[in-house]
Design a protein around this ligand. Structure first.
Ligand code: IMP
Length: 425
């Protein structure tokens, strides 16, 4: 089994948690490589629903090793709460979870800056999850961030934290008239966290590369989606990490020659949370219908997701920037009741037609989608387990998508449970 990256090919929430859960049994290691607890990966097993924010979804498979790579930003509070929750549900975490010593830590000032900056932006806000993700990555890139390895040394941690708090307090006072943070309080709190997490920490780059040497297989679990990637997404309405496949290399220290393929996950329609352009967004009635049927509310923030038609231009672009070789289509069942279904095949802007996705936010926001319309199937697909048993029009819809994307669909999900999955031979 070669090493595989699973990546979201839209704006996140494509159902990667379920896909990872289905695939995990064939891999030894499941690895998160970017993002933080802004992610919410949902896995349903029987009557139980698990939402994982930081720990790879593979933790639900008892014998698998899970890794949080150096590209992830960690809020220790959220991590400790997630470990405790899993353990309270009888899932062993000790000895199965390894955290990179190079991962950066989220501090209370990151969360406050995230929130205040959004408030100040008003109408132009990004609509972040307010988990401190952006400010933490900003510190990382500006070389003032604090890594777990820094927390392990009293003197290094104390010095870095002091410098950061001094700087943040000044910024917070001047820009937001915020009273600031106490060094002593945060220091004490994080030293306590250290005691709770230090046994999970190691050089995960070494761990993973040794595993590869021993021919163990690795599944890389992407968070968010291509359109939220800081380089390739709808900037500035993006997250602050490399949510594309390239992030798996920089976020773990596993080189590109060690990766076999990239699997792209798409919903049978499109959703996004937060602000920013969304050419195929539904109008009010349709929005409500799909949001309710698809339970389109954020797994992390509970915010209603914006919903729209499948955008083939956008996914084609994702296929290119990730090198996606195969596709998984999720939530096909959500479209079961529709009489007609639209697929965006091009955009119209200032009288011209474009088939490619654009990074020009203004152009994207003011483009008219060009739609192809296909007939709906108006049958319940949630119990279908074989491709040949899908209604004719559902098969036609999927075949059309496959043709537009020039990429093979290998898996279809028709519900949140493991059994509601169709493997396409
Ligand atoms: P941040 O990652 O909290 O900074 O948020 C930046 C943008 O990414 C916002 O539009 C969020 O709604 C979006 N976002 C972050 N994480 C996720 C996710 O896991 N799913 C979908 N959208 C996300």
């Amino acid at each position: 089994m070669s090493n595989i990256i699973v990546v979201g090919a839209q704006w996140g929430d494509e159902g990667k948690g379920k896909v990872i859960d289905i695939l995990a049994k064939d891999f030894s290691y499941i690895v998160r490589y970017q993002g933080g607890n802004n992610a919410g990966h949902t896995v349903v097993i029987g009557d139980e629903k698990f939402i994982l924010h930081l720990i790879p979804s593979g933790i639900l498979h008892r014998k698998k090793i899970c890794v949080i790579g150096n590209g992830v930003v960690i809020d220790p509070n959220a991590l400790i709460a997630e470990i405790a929750k899993l353990e309270s549900e009888g899932i062993e975490v000790k000895g199965r979870l390894f955290i990179s010593e190079n991962a950066h830590l989220i501090f209370p000032y990151h969360k406050v800056i995230d929130e205040l900056k959004e408030m100040k932006k008003g109408k132009t806000k990004i609509g972040t999850t307010k988990k401190g993700i952006g400010p933490c990555y900003a510190d990382k890139v500006s070389r003032s961030g604090i890594r777990i390895i820094d927390l392990l040394s009293d003197s290094v941690f104390s010095e870095k934290l002091k410098t950061n708090i001094e700087e943040k307090n000044k910024i917070l006072k001047i820009l937001y008239d915020f009273k600031g943070f106490s060094f002593d309080r945060i220091y004490k709190e994080y030293i306590e966290f250290r005691g709770k997490i230090k046994n999970f920490v190691c050089d995960t780059t070494l761990l993973l590369n040794k595993a590869i040497e021993k021919r163990k297989s690795i599944l890389f679990e992407g968070a968010q989606g291509t359109m939220l990637d800081v380089d390739y997404g709808t900037y500035p309405f993006v997250t602050s990490s490399s949510a594309t496949a390239g992030g798996a290399c920089t976020g773990t220290g596993v080189g590109p020659t060690k990766i076999g393929k990239v699997l792209g996950v798409v919903k049978a329609y499109t959703t996004r949370v937060g602000e920013g352009p969304f050419p195929t967004e539904f109008t009010k009635d349709m929005m409500h219908k799909i949001r309710v049927k698809g339970r389109e509310f954020g797994a992390t923030t509970g915010r209603p997701r914006r919903c729209g038609w499948f955008d083939a231009c956008l996914v084609r672009y994702s296929i290119i920037v990730n090198g996606i070789s195969e596709i998984v289509v999720t939530k096909l069942d959500v479209l079961d009741d529709l009489e007609k279904i639209k697929i965006c095949v091009a955009y119209k802007y200032k009288g011209k037609t474009y088939e490619h996705f654009t990074s020009d936010i203004d152009m994207l926001g003011n483009s008219e989608p060009v739609y192809e319309e296909v007939k709906g199937w108006r049958e319940d697909t949630s119990g279908v387990t074989a491709f040949r048993k899908l209604p004719k029009n559902a098969k036609e819809y999927l075949k059309r998508i496959q043709k537009l994307l020039k990429t093979k669909i290998i898996l279809i999900s028709v519900g949140s449970e493991r059994r509601q999955t169709i493997r396409v031979e």
